[in-house]
Design a protein around this ligand. Structure first.
Ligand code: C2O
Ligand code: CU
Length: 472
């Protein structure tokens, strides 16, 4: 049986390759054996539907969720840089949805923002997304319609774009971090969009999962080098992960390579939608156990899980001697000397300016409290950029709350915080602003279209902290 099927699969792949070449006649022939691996079109399908999964262990019952492919998180999509991804999305939820490919620099029409880049996918309907993957890195996908509820009910999954020449590690692992507000019977508590959540720090939950489960342990072998891809898929919770007995080195943020470094205090910070790739050499002795804790919220520190070493003999006794720096992605470098400057001021929330309240909103960007896409009416872009031009955008958080601000379709360098130059000028797609903090981000507006710019605390987004920025 298997022998009969194989040639078929191979033939399909060859046909896909020919189609790809036909579409790009100007691609030069490549010479090296490795680079000669052709770009493929990877086809996947996702069905969004209610499902039942076990988030918390027995004796708790299973939880009714909304899921992609019946699982939480949704299936991890793994592709290679330069590939095309074609995903058929079937909506079997009781309400419309869309899928947004967070952090991917794709054509505007594939960005998944209802009312802005596409109509909503009605229940029973289908939409096919197709786009190329210019950047390697750790990304994720999630709905962009009523996302403060759809994401919190379980709709999110990892999208991993592998480098054509990856760094040497023994294992490449993904931790999708989820946060749930559950009742005692493990069911998801209702009350989405509550003003109390929207005007404070969002719908922070009471149950944290790693890859869809409350976990006790993560098993490792002594001596191995693990690349851990951390994805914060929570709708509001911020993580500050400490790995006792280990020294994680951050090699990428939001999918984009960064100068490898040990984070401040050894703690990996992840705001909603942020990702971090860390390399950890597991140098503890066989049989040992080490705490991974999340200490972001004061007096609410908890154990995420324990790293548990198997009894196997060490794979090696010292850290693997191999480089961990990732190859750069093809991002355009902003021309700071000639960049245009802009400012966006974040206001609102409890203990802040509540002038948007009469319009039923808790937050505003430059005084405007609207939803751009995400089921709300469109409005004029807050800023308009000419394609190919460089910009420095100063973000001022004039509130008492944290806000991870995300811009679609682009990556940007964080060049300063509170008027001090950043050490690494990291590329991000989601920048966390602490209360009263300001930051400057710099970018080339090189992807035409209307792109959402919003807070990724999803209750904040739904409550006015959203805009769109146009690239002409
Ligand atoms: Cu993760 Cu507007 O999205
Ligand atoms: Cu916010």
């Amino acid at each position: 049986m298997k022998a009969r099927r194989r040639p078929q699969a191979a033939r399909r792949q060859v046909l896909g390759t020919l189609a790809a070449l036909a579409a790009a006649p100007l691609l030069p022939l490549r010479s090296s054996a490795r680079a000669a691996t052709p770009a493929a079109t990877v086809e996947r399908s996702l069905v969004a539907a209610p499902a039942s999964v076990r988030l918390v262990p027995e004796p708790h019952p299973a939880t009714r969720v909304w899921a992609y492919g019946g699982q939480v998180p949704g299936p991890a999509l793994r592709v290679r840089q330069g590939d095309r991804l074609r995903v058929q999305v079937d909506n079997r939820l009781g309400e419309p949805t869309t899928v947004h490919w967070h952090g991917i620099r794709l054509p505007n029409a594939m960005d998944g923002v209802p009312g802005l880049t596409q109509p909503p996918i009605a229940p029973g309907e289908r939409f096919v997304y197709e786009f190329a993957l210019p950047d390697a890195g750790t990304f994720f996908y999630h709905p962009h319609l009523r996302s403060h509820e759809q994401l919190a009910r379980g709709l999110a999954g990892a999208l991993i774009v592998e480098e054509r020449e990856p760094i040497a590690v023994d294992r490449d692992e993904v931790w999708v971090l989820g946060d749930w507000r559950l009742d005692g019977d493990a069911s998801i508590r209702g009350g989405f969009g509550a003003f109390m959540d929207a005007s404070h720090d969002g719908r922070v939950g009471n149950t944290v999962t790693v890859n869809g489960r409350v976990r006790e342990t993560f098993a490792v072998r002594s001596g191995e080098r693990v690349r851990l891809r951390l994805i914060n898929a929570a709708s509001a919770r911020i993580f500050a992960l400490g790995f006792s007995g280990h020294a994680p080195r951050v090699v990428a943020l939001d999918g984009q390579p960064v100068e490898p470094h040990e984070p401040d205090g050894g703690v990996v910070m992840l705001a909603p939608a942020q990702r971090a790739d860390v390399v950890i050499d597991m140098l503890g002795p066989p049989g040992s156990r080490h705490l991974v804790r999340d200490g972001f919220y004061r007096r609410r520190e908890y154990r995420l899980l324990d790293i548990v070493y198997t009894d196997q003999a060490p794979l090696r006794t010292r850290a693997l001697d191999a480089p961990i720096r990732l190859p750069a992605n093809p991002l355009a470098e902003p021309d700071l000397a000639h960049a245009q400057r802009h400012e966006i001021v974040l206001r609102g929330g409890m203990m802040g300016d509540m002038s948007a309240l009469p319009r039923g909103k808790a937050w505003a960007l430059n005084g405007k409290a609207t939803g751009c896409g995400d089921g709300a009416a469109m409005f004029d872009p807050l800023l308009i950029f000419r394609r190919g031009s460089s910009h420095v955008l100063r973000l001022v958080n004039d509130t008492a709350w944290h806000h991870p601000m995300h811009w679609h379709g682009h990556a940007f360098r964080v060049i300063s915080r509170n008027d001090r130059a950043t050490l690494r000028r990291e590329w991000l797609d989601t920048v966390l602003l602490a209360p009263n903090e300001s930051a400057e981000i710099a970018f080339v507006a090189d992807n035409p279209g209307d792109w959402m710019f919003h807070c990724h605390v999803l209750d904040h987004q739904a409550s006015g902290m959203a805009a769109c920025l146009r690239v002409l």
